[in-house]
Design a protein around this ligand. Structure first.
Ligand code: ATP
Ligand code: MG
Length: 230
């Protein structure tokens, strides 16, 4: 299906378990995410934050209940859900091919100029210009290693190039030192202005810029409010 802006996400009485014999990870969850809203999802390790991201992205489907975008259940989108939602995963995966191919993934019509433009926006232009073959450097080649923060920024570059309206960041700053963390957060928030942003995190740093924060605990939302209220 083709849907049009503005995009509203509805999580409607959603329960989820990974297999019939295991426990419920999410229990009768209800949540509406408004167009352009900046939502932070907080919660301890193992509470189901990444699971929720996969459900919203349509990589997993609810065991019960449904998740819709503008009324259309996520399972009706198929691969086209990627036209609407992009995810920066907790451990971004890079393919053993060139930097260019990695960033153009799912967006093969983009020009090199477009790619340089997004690299500049995520602060990686200089780093890539210094590589032996620039954009054509193979990521798998010996000696070419991107740090954790750089992987997250490459992953963001991919999403910016595709220009999707909804972005999920799953702990995009985990493992970074506080200064780099703040820089990455600032880049993300500036570059994603106007888009719906779902930001999964386990701590409070950087959430001031969010419209709403929810706490996930034992499969339920136990608290919800503006960063100011919390
Ligand atoms: P963290 O903050 O550590 O990233 P999280 O809140 O993202 O944690 P999830 O990754 O969603 O937590 O995991 C929630 C629960 O589901 C955990 O108990 C985890 O072991 C379990 N789980 C996650 N992925 C799978 C899977 N593919 N199959 C079975 N169980 C899983
Ligand atoms: Mg997680």
């Amino acid at each position: 299906p083709q849907i049009k802006a503005p995009y509203q996400i509805n999580v409607d009485n959603v329960s989820f378990k990974y297999s019939p014999s295991t426990k419920l990870i999410l229990e009768r969850l209800n949540l509406t995410i408004m167009p352009g809203e900046k939502l932070a999802i907080l919660g301890r390790s193992g509470t189901g934050k990444s699971t929720m991201a996969s459900l919203i992205r349509g990589d997993l489907y609810p065991t019960e209940g449904k998740i819709t975008i503008n009324g259309v259940p996520t399972d009706e989108f198929g691969d086209h859900i990627a036209d609407y939602i992009g995810v920066v995963h907790q451990s971004p995966y890079l393919f053993n091919t060139t930097v260019l191919n990695n960033i153009r993934l799912g967006n093969e019509d983009a020009t090199e100029e477009d790619v340089w433009n997004v690299l500049k926006r995520v602060g990686l232009e200089e780093k890539i210009r210094q590589l032996p073959d620039g954009l054509n450097t193979k990521i798998g080649e010996a000696g070419l290693i991107f740090s954790g923060g750089e992987r997250h920024r490459l992953s963001l570059a991919r999403i910016l190039l595709k220009d999707v309206p909804i972005v999920i960041l799953d702990e995009p700053t985990v493992g970074l030192d506080p200064l780099t963390e703040q820089q990455v957060i600032d880049t993300f928030i500036n570059e994603l202005a106007g888009k719906t942003l779902i930001w999964i995190t386990h701590h409070l740093q950087g959430i001031d810029a969010m419209d709403r924060v929810i706490f996930l605990e034992n499969g339920r939302i136990t608290m919800s409010g503006t960063p100011h209220e919390l």
